[in-house]
Design a protein around this ligand. Structure first.
Ligand code: PLP
Length: 390
């Protein structure tokens, strides 16, 4: 039987960029001790108090079908959080709860793009982006950024690809680069969306992991609340990756249609998970800071380890749980470097090539092991790069 072209063509053919990750997983299964700096998952689990809240809610009977756009309490908590953090007046009617940020990315594109529409996204990108766009039948169009410009998008490059496009997907703080877009960049992006009548899909799942200054949401710029869908998640901010809980915030009309979409797809998110999320959000910024603190510390460790040498260059990492390293001075591609590092030192990193063309010759390091193990792995990575550099 034939499957649809949409589903068989989701990855666009070729490698999906996970070869090295899978090789590391095989080595671990065979008993090799590998330092895993590949995926964006905390080295701590969900806080026991959040699990207790989940258990209490489930035991109290919140295990039936939950309200599809999300419980009133959680929508209110998310709306209040967004109002406080971004200054944009947000009501529960502006919020739909989704099974994680990934489902929100899919739904946001489903809401804004029809079959064959062009959907812009910034390269380098979170690995699922092009596939998510293809999954709704739209055509992914990459807008390149440059290492020498710290991977900040250039509004003129976006504008040159905007004719005929329906949406632009951005992500700040950024996975994979760790770069936080400047106010100037975000204002330029907002202007481009207004000029070209684009929806802005703003993936802000790392909004609690900003190392200098405050998070800026482009939804707060003049004229943008009507054309922005913000994707949020509890995965990174509250170490709740497995709970699959996130949201979209946007215009009321869009949320109402997204609710119809959810009725025909996910049918909502388990009520006991939503109650746990309400509990977690009620803990306020203190818990979010506690979850972000290890990455803040390890980013400082990374900068220290990288001092005083010029073979491995760190991109200015302003947020998220990653540092992007430019290893072009070794003469190797990110793929080759990652493969040789894994073989020689049993350290697994992600090749920049997994995240698009713009990050070729780089590797992404997830700061997701304990401080000492992180320092030691990064020191060995730098020494290895120095040894092989011509
Ligand atoms: N967006 C970005 C940039 C991510 O890095 C991730 C996960 O790593 C997601 C969205 C999806 O997160 P989740 O579906 O766990 O909320």
């Amino acid at each position: 039987m034939h499957l649809s072209r949409t589903i068989t063509g989701l990855t666009g053919g070729g490698s999906d960029g996970w070869d090295l990750f899978l090789k590391a997983r095989r080595m671990i299964a065979e008993g090799t001790r590998v330092t895993e700096l590949t995926i964006g998952e905390h080295d701590v689990r969900t806080a026991p108090a959040i699990l207790d809240a989940m258990h209490r809610a489930a035991s109290a009977g919140h295990t039936g079908y939950a309200s599809v756009p999300g419980t009133a309490e959680l929508r209110r908590a998310v709306a209040e959080r967004l109002t406080q953090r971004t200054g944009v007046p947000t009501t529960p009617a502006n919020v739909i709860i989704t099974p994680g940020g990934q489902a929100a990315l899919f739904a946001a594109h489903r809401a804004t793009c029809d079959q064959g529409d062009r959907a812009l996204f910034i390269d380098p990108y979170y690995a699922t982006y092009p596939g998510t766009i293809r999954a709704v039948g739209a055509v992914p169009v990459a807008v390149p950024t440059r290492s020498r410009n710290s991977f900040q998008p250039d509004p003129a490059e976006i504008a040159s690809r905007a004719p005929g496009a329906k949406s632009l997907l951005i992500n700040s703080p950024n996975n994979p680069t760790g770069v936080v877009y400047s106010r100037k960049t975000l204002e330029g992006i907002a202007r481009t969306c207004l000029d070209h009548d684009l929806w802005l899909i703003s993936d802000e799942v790392y909004d609690t992991q900003v190392w200098d200054g405050d998070h800026i949401s482009p939804r707060s710029f003049p004229g943008m609340a009507e054309r922005t869908l913000v994707v949020g998640s509890m995965s990174k901010s509250h170490a709740m990756t497995g709970s699959r809980i996130g949201w979209i915030a946007g215009p009321q009309d869009a949320i109402s249609h997204l609710t119809t979409l959810a009725t025909h797809t996910t049918y909502g998110v388990p009520g006991f998970i939503q109650d746990a999320a309400v509990f977690a959000l009620a803990q306020g910024p203190a818990l979010e800071e506690e979850i972000a603190a290890p990455f803040r510390r390890r980013r400082a460790i990374a900068l220290k380890v990288l001092e005083g040498q010029n073979v491995v260059r760190a991109l200015p990492s302003g947020g998220a749980m990653y540092v992007m390293l430019d290893i072009r001075a070794t003469g190797l591609s990110g793929d080759e470097f990652g493969d040789r590092l894994l073989d020689a030192h049993h350290i697994a990193v992600m090749p920049g090539e997994s995240f698009g063309q713009a990050a070729a010759g780089h590797v992404r390091v997830a700061m997701t092991v304990g401080d000492d193990a992180f320092r030691s792995a990064l020191t060995r990575l730098v020494t290895f790069a120095q040894e092989i550099a011509p």
